[in-house]
Design a binder for this molecule. Structure first.
Ligand SMILES: Nc1ncnc2c1ncn2[C@@H]1O[C@H](COP(=O)(O)OP(=O)(O)O)[C@@H](O)[C@H]1O
Ligand SMILES: O=C(O)C1=C[C@@H](OP(=O)(O)O)[C@@H](O)[C@H](O)C1
Ligand SMILES: [Mg+2]
Length: 183
């Protein structure tokens, strides 16, 4: 079984993944990093520029990575904040049945949640996070995605409620046996 971290940008998925790796002895695979790996090491903003900012294509590339990584067993999957979405014909974000059904087949989905206003301020300072939309604020996008994360989640926890180590231990205690690294 895998452990899959989902949630908005800046909530602490990557940080929590690293601590969970220590506790479970599972390795971490980041979908964003694997996407970069498959594009000759280009960072995410550069991949987006190379596809002319086409988020629908980005979601297809992300899907291809998810399809591969979800076949592994005994890994922590650190996802990008948009893993729960695909785009409909009008460009609106909808629940990504195709990505989540793959991740859920052999994965325990841990949702980190946090206050969208605080998270939006945190990611605004980070040059490695491309703007998600010219039309909508990061905060509005995070609020709209919240029910999609909840729909996917096996476990939801407020990422800001505890220190990072405490948070990872809180999650670790609630993992099903097969995902705890103890089997
Ligand atoms: N619990 C926390 N308290 C304070 N800062 C945090 C916490 N979790 C993460 N951060 C900081 O927020 C930023 C985003 O964390 P990161 O793990 O990269 O989030 P994500 O992978 O969900 O986008 C980093 O600069 C990190 O140091
Ligand atoms: O929220 C999103 O749609 C995205 C989040 C990013 O990952 P982080 O959540 O690690 O910032 C990255 O996958 C890409 O920029 C798109
Ligand atoms: Mg991350």
């Amino acid at each position: 079984m895998n452990i899959v971290l989902i949630g908005p940008r800046g909530v602490g998925k990557s940080g929590a993944s690293r601590i969970l790796a220590r506790l479970t002895r599972f390795p971490v695979l980041s979908t964003d990093l694997l996407l970069s790996y498959e594009h000759d090491g280009l960072p995410i903003p550069a991949i987006l520029r190379a596809i002319d900012g086409d988020w629908s294509r980005f979601r297809d590339l992300e899907y291809a990575v998810v399809a591969k990584v979800a076949r592994l067993d005994g890994v922590i999957i650190d996802t990008g904040g948009g893993v729960v979405v695909d785009l409909d014909d009008a460009g609106g974000e909808i629940y990504s049945e195709r990505k989540l059904s793959l991740l859920k087949r052999n994965g325990f989905i841990v949702h980190l949640t946090g206050d969208p206003a605080r998270l939006a301020a945190r990611v605004a300072r980070d040059p490695n996070r491309p703007a998600l939309s010219a039309a909508h604020s990061e905060e509005a996008i995070m609020r709209r995605r919240e029910p999609l994360y909840r729909r996917a989640a096996d476990l939801t926890v407020d990422g800001a409620r505890m220190r990072r180590e405490e948070l990872a231990e809180w999650i670790f205690k609630r993992l099903p046996g097969a995902a705890s690294g103890l089997h």
